[in-house]
Design a protein around this ligand. Structure first.
Ligand code: ZN
Length: 419
């Protein structure tokens, strides 16, 4: 009996240890809760707008990652203590011709409208944020901040002067390029860095940087090549941001940034927000064969944004089967923290924040959706960071950066764009 009980207890312990391995703090302290309550908690890369036009999906409903794969909605933001962030106008890179550029222009404008419509439909829960001070004011009013950002400037290729229109509509952060080169800039690719097409920024890319500086729009380097990073740092009259990136010195992936560049970024006042996309955090063991099958699966899905929650769940199940077939490893909470803690050490805590890439491929075991945000707070406190430092990382640093970038804008250009 006694032996049986011991064996049972050992089995439970083993199971518990196994379940907790790599998944982060099991409990959240009162101190961590208090730190978060006083902080302005902002994530700088929320891809959730991709869900806004989904049949049957509503930001005010509570969803679950297990059911439909989504990671952010209003009830879960409340539970996780997220006060808002930068909501992304993402456009996948398509053909670089007149027809492709027009399609991208329309896709960008549609997504902008969808973000604004979400805010307009929920005035008691969300508010458009356009200045650094808005984040604290909106939190005090009991609402969530909606800053607007653009990932991939493809929608501007047809007409770069549209940037002023976007600015007037609330755009405050701009990335130039996604996973393949475009007319503005070279991409970092998706593992092995591709040969550059422009040697960094093109002439149009440089002009876009100058215009973003004039308007006080944050310039986002995530997804761009190292040469683009160097040139942005050199050309931009304001500090820049990496809205969702990881550490190359922790995992050598072309999407991550090396320590020397992290130091250069911080020296110029910039901020790096740490990404939680598993394939950028660890070597998952993905082979060319796996990637080819995965690409086929993606292509068979057609327009991902138009899928119903049921179709998305089915798609995720197929991805799981494929991952199991090839023995793909999954990153966990500890892998995420390894990048975050490394970057804090290299950059200094004032130059780091969170951009988990929720609803854009982010999330790892033990950090599946925004409700898990308090675990990061707890882990940072456990690592010895002070309340003030953690609050900076949770959002204070990016608010400071936005204030600085807006102060460096050209008041005439801002006034003209807002008229
Ligand atoms: Zn991205």
């Amino acid at each position: 009996m006694r032996l049986a009980r011991t064996i049972a207890a050992a089995a439970v312990l083993a199971a518990t240890t196994c379940a907790n391995a790599g998944t982060g703090p099991a409990t959240i302290s009162a101190r961590a809760r208090a730190v978060q309550a006083q902080a302005i908690n902002l994530d700088t890369h929320l891809d959730t707008p991709g869900l806004f036009a989904q049949p049957g999906w509503k930001i005010t409903d509570r969803h679950s990652y297990q059911t439909d794969g989504s990671q952010v909605d209003y009830p879960r933001m409340v539970e996780g203590g997220l006060d808002g962030g930068f909501w992304v106008i993402y456009t996948g890179q398509g053909t670089r011709d007149a027809a492709g550029n027009r399609q991208a222009r329309d896709a960008g404008l549609r997504r902008l409208a969808e973000i604004r419509e979400m805010v307009a439909a929920n005035p008691d829960k969300f508010e458009l944020a356009t200045t650094a001070d808005d984040a604290a004011r909106i939190k005090a009013a009991g609402k969530k901040s909606v800053y607007i950002s653009m990932e991939n400037a493809y929608p501007l290729e047809q007409d770069p002067s549209l940037l002023r229109f976007y600015f007037k509509q609330g755009l405050r952060m701009l990335s130039l390029v996604h996973t393949s080169h475009n007319d503005f800039a070279d991409s970092a690719g998706m593992g092995v860095a591709p040969a550059g097409e422009h040697g960094g920024l093109s002439a149009q890319g440089k002009a876009l940087i100058a215009e973003a500086n004039r308007l006080g729009i944050l310039i986002d380097q995530s997804h761009a090549s190292n040469a683009v990073f160097d040139q942005m740092l050199e050309l931009s009259t304001a500090p820049i941001i990496l809205s969702h990136s990881g550490a190359y010195d922790v995992f050598a992936h072309s999407r991550n940034i090396d320590d020397a560049r992290i130091r250069a970024l911080a020296a110029k006042g910039g901020v790096i927000q740490v990404n939680s996309l598993g394939g950028y955090l660890i070597d998952t063991g993905a082979t060319p064969e796996y990637r080819a099958e995965m690409r086929k699966l993606w292509e068979s899905m057609g327009n991902f944004d138009a899928l119903t929650p049921e179709q998305r769940a089915q798609f995720r199940a197929q991805m799981e089967v494929l991952g199991a077939k090839y023995g793909i490893r999954k990153a966990d909470f500890d892998d995420y923290m390894r990048h975050l803690l490394h970057i804090i050490e290299v950059a200094g805590w004032e130059h780091v924040g969170l951009g988990a890439d929720w609803d854009g491929g982010g999330g790892v075991i033990g950090y599946e959706d925004i409700t898990a945000l308090p675990k990061v707070v707890q882990a940072l406190l456990d690592a010895g960071y002070s309340d003030e430092q953690v609050q900076g990382i949770l959002g204070g640093n990016v608010v400071r950066l936005l204030r600085q970038v807006q102060a460096l804008a050209d008041p005439q250009a801002v006034k003209a764009a807002l008229e």
